[in-house]
Design a binder for this molecule. Structure first.
Ligand SMILES: Cc1cc2nc3c(=O)[nH]c(=O)nc-3n(C[C@H](O)[C@H](O)[C@H](O)COP(=O)(O)O)c2cc1C
Length: 183
């Protein structure tokens, strides 16, 4: 059995999330053996415990980053986590081999629909920094699970909210299936 670590990078999962909240709740049920790392609960002040986070990563075989896209990137909380935890001597550098061979899966959502990401800037372009990071740290990049069109603006419209609920549940199912295929 492989150890799965799911890192939730939404900065306000409890009070200001629609899609990521549903996805994480479903994953808790679908993957009861996984370790769930809620950065918003642990680090509301953005003061990351790098040693504790490094220990979780070291124990994992499969690392999943779950987050909403903010400004064509990851939320600041997840970026801060990476900056503090992925340090020379741990993840890279001649002595930094802790992540070598671990599988990396991205799981993210956007407010804009997938159709808004065109040939000039496709959804794949959102993953570039993580693909490069996997390469540098020796992780095996296993691709992503993506859902678009889960917009803040639509949360109060009952029909749109029902659609967003359905695609969020479907996202969690697709992610659980992807993780199962890597076990
Ligand atoms: C600060 C901020 C920046 C955002 N930037 C983008 C963006 O660059 N592209 C996009 O498609 N959606 C963007 N969104 C929308 C979020 O990606 C969307 O609301 C989120 O994926 C939905 O997940 P949630 O319901 O769990 O919050 C942004 C939202 C916020 C709050």
């Amino acid at each position: 059995m492989k150890n799965v670590l799911i890192v939730s990078g939404h900065p306000e999962l409890k009070n200001n999330s629609f899609a990521n909240k549903i996805i994480m709740e479903d994953l808790e049920k679908l993957l009861p053996e996984a370790t769930f790392d809620y950065l918003d609960r642990l680090y509301p002040d953005y003061q990351i415990n790098a040693e504790a986070e490094q220990a979780k990563l070291a124990a994992a075989d499969i690392i999943v980053l779950q987050f909403p896209i903010f400004w064509y990137s990851m939320p600041a909380l997840l970026a801060k986590w990476m900056e503090d935890v992925f340090v020379r001597g741990f993840s890279h550098g001649s002595q930094g081999k802790a992540l070598v061979g671990k599988k990396l899966v991205l799981s993210f959502t956007t407010g804009a629909p997938e159709s808004a990401y065109d040939a000039a800037f496709p959804v794949d372009a959102l993953t570039g920094r993580f693909v490069q990071t996997a390469g540098l740290t020796g992780m095996i990049y296993e691709g992503y699970v993506y859902t678009g069109g889960v917009s803040y603006a639509d949360r109060t419209d009952p029909a749109r909210a029902a659609d967003m609920t359905a695609v969020s549940h479907a996202h969690a199912k697709r992610l659980a299936e992807k993780i199962a295929s890597l076990m």
